[in-house]
Design a binder for this molecule. Structure first.
Ligand code: ZN
Ligand code: ZN
Length: 146
């Protein structure tokens, strides 16, 4: 049985054999890729921003993002290109989220860790104090008995 699916781009039913999108979308995508890579290969366009590239080639932004994300347009060679951070939408060139969001996540975890450490220290101190009071009270009682 053939693996038939709806194309995620246009919704057409197609045989999912070679690629995740239908043939006509694939042709369209490759045409777009030709356009952007031809544009970027020109020396004077090497530093072009993603918006410029989009305006000059009329290739949808999401499509350009996809090419960069997939590594078909090398972010290393074209410093103006990138794709949005999954968390804040900032343009990035590698990974799934930007450095700021990455920092926020690890920073947040560290803070949580420090807080719980602080809490347990407070708890220790409270216990120690209670014990002290208890012994003080008893030694006082002992003294009265005599
Ligand atoms: Zn399609
Ligand atoms: Zn971000």
């Amino acid at each position: 049985m053939k693996d038939v699916a709806n194309c995620p781009k246009c919704g057409t039913l197609f045989v999912k054999a070679l690629r995740p999108i239908c043939n006509s979308c694939f042709t369209e995508q490759e045409k777009n890729y030709e356009k952007v890579s031809t544009f970027m290969r020109k020396k004077q366009n090497r530093m072009a921003s993603i918006r410029e590239l989009h305006e000059k080639t009329e290739v949808p932004l999401e499509q350009i993002h996809q090419f960069v994300r997939e590594g078909r347009l090398l972010a290393k060679s074209f410093p103006g290109l990138g794709y949005p951070c999954e968390s804040c939408g900032e343009l990035i060139q590698e990974g799934r989220i930007c450095a700021t969001c990455k920092g926020n996540i690890t920073g947040g975890l560290e803070k949580l860790d420090r807080e719980s450490q602080f809490e347990s220290q407070k708890e220790e101190k409270r216990k120690a104090e209670a014990k002290e009071k208890f012994t003080a009270y008893h030694s006082l009682n002992d003294r009265f008995k005599k």
